[in-house]
Design a protein around this ligand. Structure first.
Ligand code: MG
Length: 375
């Protein structure tokens, strides 16, 4: 394939792809994975990420991360890493842009709420739902349901699920470890949210600069940054510290991955799959620092009363919508009502709610429960 000559022997190549669920003629000039990427970017689910919570709900400010900007950061960092390692950058980008499509409104709280509501249907999990969206729920193409993405993108989503033994995942799962391109996205996802959640929490005043003094990773990143910019201004301090933290982690990830590839003597995709451990991981020092940072985030940010207050509200909204629509599904929009003939009502309602943005769910709550509300 043109443009893939430079790829490492353990990179995924278009010619080795298992292809698409529904065979299609090739495009005149766009190859498999760039075409996947374009389909994802043009999907409704992708645009909805703009109004879905990452950690903080939409109305908290105009500057913090949403699911969409988080996704773009993950894609950008993933591409950088893939290019440095001579892995398939197009596939990596498609996996990254797709990786959070299945998230419901209100972040983790929304996922927990839907998991409870759908317990009789096997629960709700965002990787599973992402696969439902791209194989079934998007309806943009005449010849197939969903986006008909390449097997490798679907596999990455399935392998990322903590509930891998669910029967509906079986056809997507690979044997052994995920491809290196998928491992990159996983590492970049974690690197991105650890860093941007600190950044957002500082900007919104959930934590202060003094609180971060107790976090070694932050302290050391600031020291590194100050060595380069000893007289940095107050305005540039926070973004420069955040940049230093990202740069350190990406460099460390590249070095550790190169070491692992060398030490496990990886020469092919088969060897990646058979390897007893993941290869794209942080080094030992960064791993320990990251663990401490994540404990801080859990305690001081994710359990901050302002964050929890919004999370509980999101949960109540989804539970109330679920109960009301399950009791009277004739209130569902026609497209969902039609599916009641072939699916249990709970699943249809679950799909409807999971697709909503935070904003839409809040409006829908008003429409259903506020005595005076728009149609
Ligand atoms: Mg993510």
């Amino acid at each position: 394939m043109m443009g893939e000559e430079h790829l490492a022997p353990y990179a995924m190549r278009t010619e080795f792809s298992k292809g698409r669920l529904h065979p299609e003629p090739e495009h005149a000039y766009r190859t498999l994975y760039p075409r996947d990427r374009d389909r994802i970017v043009h999907s409704t689910a992708f645009r909805r990420l703009m109004h879905k919570t990452q950690v903080l709900v939409n109305q908290a400010s105009d500057h913090h991360r949403t699911r969409l900007t988080h996704t773009l950061e993950v894609a950008q960092i993933s591409r950088t890493i893939a290019r440095q390692l001579n892995l398939n950058e197009d596939l990596t980008e498609a996996i990254a842009l797709e990786h959070d499509l299945g998230h419901p409104p209100f972040g983790h709280a929304g996922e927990a709420a839907l998991n409870d509501c759908l317990s009789a249907e096997g629960g709700f999990e965002h990787n599973h739902h992402g696969l439902r969206i791209v194989t079934l729920l998007e309806y943009r193409y005449a010849d197939f349901p969903g986006l008909n993405l390449s097997h490798e993108v679907l596999e990455a989503q399935a392998m990322h699920s903590p509930k891998r033994d669910a029967p509906e995942l079986a056809r997507f799962l690979g044997v052994g470890q995920p491809l290196l391109e998928a491992q990159i996205v996983d590492a970049a996802d974690s690197l991105a949210y650890d860093t941007h959640d600190i950044d957002d929490a500082l900007s919104l005043g959930l934590i202060g600069p003094d609180d971060l003094g107790q976090v070694a990773f932050w302290r050391l990143a600031v020291e590194r940054m100050r060595r380069k910019h000893p007289r940095i201004g107050a305005l540039q301090f926070q973004p420069a510290a955040v940049r230093s933290l990202i740069d350190w982690q990406v460099t460390d990830l590249l070095e550790e991955t190169r070491r692992n590839l060398e030490c496990e003597r990886i020469r092919s995709i088969e060897q990646v799959r058979r390897c007893p451990r993941l290869l794209v991981v942080p080094g030992e020092e960064v791993r320990a620092l990251k663990k401490e940072l994540e404990a801080f985030l859990r305690e001081r940010v994710y359990r901050h009363f302002r964050v929890l207050r919004m999370a509980h509200k999101g949960r109540r909204i989804l539970e109330a919508l679920f109960t009301e629509y399950s009791r009277h599904p004739e209130q569902l929009p026609n497209r969902y009502r039609q599916r009641l003939h072939s699916l249990p009502a709970a699943r249809v309602v679950g799909d409807y709610l999971a697709g909503m943005t935070d904003r839409y769910a809040q409006d829908e709550y008003l429409r259903l429960f506020q005595p005076y509300s728009p149609l």
